[in-house]
Design a protein around this ligand. Structure first.
Ligand SMILES: [Zn+2]
Ligand SMILES: [Zn+2]
Length: 220
């Protein structure tokens, strides 16, 4: 069973609509998908209102949990908590913060603001995460993402080492920008293994952490 909480549709820089992406996900054996397009105040209302429609359509006819979310990307670090709160108010069920990936010039302080936000659920590809940031993520119940995405995945090893030491919870997501980036077969577990997660940790992610996210999204 596959659970993936970080994907992009053509409402930001992906290539498929939310329902197309979800259809592929169903066919690959997904049990849950979140559509989390890149957001800021410029497009947040539009994203939430429209992604929600396809998520509802998918859940009506198919056996999948489809979660409308956003990924707050490359915004001023000090505004992350406020924007994440606004996204929740507007109906986003899941808020990802785009972390300080090793391959992008995300503002310094982004990881720190994200792991200290009441409204952020997942810190995506946190790159050169610090011990302090990993500890705050653990304390505040914010999931750290281990990613299948090329480039961003260069930081997976560090995320696992420091996240584990701090007792943080992990997720394994694709950050898919098209249907063929989605997990197929056992690739989700392979990405976890490649990042240095042990079998028990992978099991915990797939059987416990994923359910926690779904429960949280339902309450949001
Ligand atoms: Zn993107
Ligand atoms: Zn993304």
């Amino acid at each position: 069973m596959i659970f993936d909480f970080h994907t992009h549709s053509f409402f930001s820089d992906g290539i498929a609509s939310p329902i197309e992406l979800t259809r592929f996900a169903v066919s690959y054996g997904y049990k849950a998908i979140a559509i989390t397009d890149h957001a800021s105040y410029s497009n947040l209302d539009f994203l939430v209102d429209n992604i929600k429609k396809d998520c509802q359509l998918a859940e009506k006819y198919w056996d999948i949990t489809a979660i409308p979310g956003v990924e707050i990307s490359n915004v001023p670090a000090k505004d992350i908590d406020k924007m994440a709160g606004y996204a929740k108010e507007r109906g986003a069920k899941l808020v990802i913060a785009h972390g300080q990936s090793v391959v992008e010039r995300v503002e310094e302080g982004t990881n720190w603001e994200a792991v200290n936000s009441k409204h952020v659920d997942i810190l995506a590809h946190p790159g050169i995460i610090s011990e302090k940031e990993a500890e705050a993520a653990a304390k505040n119940g914010i999931f750290l993402e281990v990613t299948a995405r090329k480039g961003h995945s260069l930081g997976n090893g560090r995320t696992v080492v420091l996240g584990r030491k701090a007792g943080a919870r992990f997720l394994l997501n694709t950050d898919a920008h098209g249907p063929y980036d989605l997990f197929q077969g056992n690739f989700q577990e392979v990405v976890g293994k490649g990042a240095g997660l042990n079998p028990d940790e992978i099991k915990e992610i797939l059987e416990i952490n994923t359910r926690m996210v779904i429960e949280k999204a339902k309450k949001n």
